[in-house]
Design a protein around this ligand. Sequence first.
Ligand SMILES: Cc1cc2nc3c(=O)[nH]c(=O)nc-3n(C[C@H](O)[C@H](O)[C@H](O)COP(=O)(O)O)c2cc1C
Length: 198
Amino acid sequence: MNKIVKGGVVMMGILAGCSQETASAGEPGSVATGKVAVVYFSWSPDGNTRFAAEAIAKKAGAALFEIKAETPYNSDFSACCDEAKPECYGKKLRPIKPIDRLDLAKYDVVFVGTPNWWGTMAPPVRTWVAQNKDALKGKSVCLFQTHGGGGMQRVGREFAEVIGDAAKVLPPKAFAGSSVKSATKALEAFVAERIALQ
Ligand SMILES: Cc1cc2nc3c(=O)[nH]c(=O)nc-3n(C[C@H](O)[C@H](O)[C@H](O)COP(=O)(O)O)c2cc1C
């Protein structure tokens, strides 16, 4: 990991506060109703990807679902990096918990959010995509990620590889984790642009 990336990620802190939730937004001003789902994984206590997922769900009037690893990653940043590194470079599938009440048949557009881990998707996201690519068939699927300075790296490409031809893959987007919480306008524009492409 280069210096910039490391500098960005060190800011994250230590404990991961994760809770699996399912919520329908349907907020006034949303660009779509009822047919959009947002599925995400977030690890750091800053919750950068969670923040992006919530903002996207609000704008899209979407249901929100969290991916959780069956066995949580170490809550220490360095230990988590060490744990995740061989999984990320080895393109391993980390077992995940089932997501309650997620029925992909109900949705036309699915946004999938991940932190950038070692230049790619966090392994629980890779697992979810691999497990659900048949259920995503015929839908528009759009990746978003937050990062510590590395930008998109291999995340979008490997996401598209895992999905294959099953779904229509919309252009992915990377958001800097350190500034995502002041990027609500950019997140909203991202949603509007991708929904228009579906
Ligand atoms: C295991 C691990 C590996 C990471 N690898 C990268 C990386 O390769 N490139 C990068 O830009 N950021 C990397 N980061 C930083 C995260 O992508 C960034 O802090 C992200 O916004 C965290 O999202 P979260 O708060 O939802 O967990 C890494 C973080 C962790 C924990």
